[in-house]
Design a protein around this ligand. Structure first.
Ligand code: NAP
Length: 315
């Protein structure tokens, strides 16, 4: 039996239904309802908003063989708890790279050009005609863009901003000679990257190492014209410090797709100026979401049929 914690699109749901009994929690499912739904599951399909911890795994029972996350990021899954029980964890790498990199580019441009404040002013009747001093931002041609995490998505984003004429600097766990050669990208330590960059975009996973990578000191270093973009995960950024830096004019602008306790958005951010806020839509294209759903199904089918899954995640 396969339990979809919340929802899976037909591209993944149909192949699963052809082979197994499938139960779905639905988008509104509560934690209590989920705990009642999962006993007897052989496969569990969570999404980034579903924490998979000891309690949920215990509720599934000993028959659980795979947690197939409906996302590439897997910070919602306690990998060690799965490993202790011999449960395979899988994700959906690659199929959402283009969609997420394009959204990061869109957020970079939207923040750099103050689009949310400008649109709000227009809609709310604060437009009195062409104003040479209003909503001035930065251009990407000739700017330096810092990419934190030059993996699949970070690399594609770097190509996109390079195409607009930006210089690329990056951090990662190890050097990326290909990107250095093809994009002229330079690897820097984080403080130097932030000091050098006009815009910084986060593409590293959420884990202990990246927790609060960007706080008050980093934002101040990025500066009053600087742009911060986060399409990775909320915990990488201190949201209160970000809101304060925007309010105090210490940071130019920000574009966010992710938050620490989704779907909660800190009130300070909702009130902050020069801040574009999106509801975690990085992978929200029809192509990417269908391919993610199909990838989930491929992993579940492989494991439940006794084969190696295509996308295992290690501890
Ligand atoms: P990936 O290919 O694994 O890339 C992750 C990159 O982060 C790698 O280059 C890695 O370095 C680097 N990294 C890891 N730890 C780091 C650290 N402590 N400091 C600096 N860099 C570090 O993953 P991906 O497919 O590009 O996805 C990246 C993240 O995007 C996911 O984990 C997820 O959280 C997020 N995401 C969000 C959305 C959305 O809807 N907003 C959609 C998709 C993904 P090495 O290459 O040297 O190991």
């Amino acid at each position: 039996m396969v339990v979809i914690a919340r929802m899976l699109l037909p591209a993944g749901l149909e192949p699963l239904r052809e082979r197994f009994e499938v139960r779905e929690g639905g988008l509104e499912v509560t934690r209590e309802e989920l705990l009642e739904l999962v006993p007897g599951a052989h496969a569990l399909v969570p999404d980034p908003s579903v924490p998979v911890d000891d309690q949920l795994l215990d509720a599934c029972g000993e028959g659980l063989r795979i947690v197939a996350n409906f996302a590439v990021g897997h910070d919602n899954v306690d990998l060690a708890a799965c490993e202790r029980r011999g449960i395979v964890v899988t994700n959906t790498p690659g199929v959402l790279t283009e969609a997420t990199a394009e959204l990061a580019l869109a957020l970079t441009l939207a923040a750099a050009r103050r689009m949310s404040d400008a649109e709000r002013d227009l809609r709310e009747g604060r437009w009195w005609g062409w104003d040479p001093s209003a909503h001035r931002g930065i251009e990407l041609r000739g700017a330096t863009v810092g990419v934190v995490g030059l993996g699949r998505i970070g690399r594609r984003y770097a190509e996109l901003v390079r195409g607009l004429g930006a210089e690329v600097v990056y951090t990662a766990r190890g050097p990326k000679p290909d990107a250095e050669e093809e994009l002229g990208a330079r690897m820097l330590e984080l403080p130097e990257l932030i000091e050098t960059a006009d815009a910084v975009s986060l593409h590293a996973p959420a884990n202990e190492e990246t927790h609060r990578l960007i706080g008050a000191a980093e934002l101040e270093l990025l500066g009053p014209q600087g742009v911060l973009v986060n399409t990775s995960r909320g915990p990488l950024v201190d949201a209160e410090a970000l809101a304060a830096a925007l309010r105090n004019g210490k940071l130019g602008a920000a574009g966010l797709d992710v938050y620490e306790n989704e779907p909660e958005v800190p009130a300070a951010l909702l009130d902050a100026p020069r801040c574009v806020l999106l509801p975690h839509i990085g992978s929200a294209t029809t192509t990417a979401r269908d391919r993610m759903a199909r990838t989930v199904a491929d992993n579940v089918i492989a494991v439940l049929e006794g084969k190696d899954p295509p996308n295992p995640v290690g501890v």
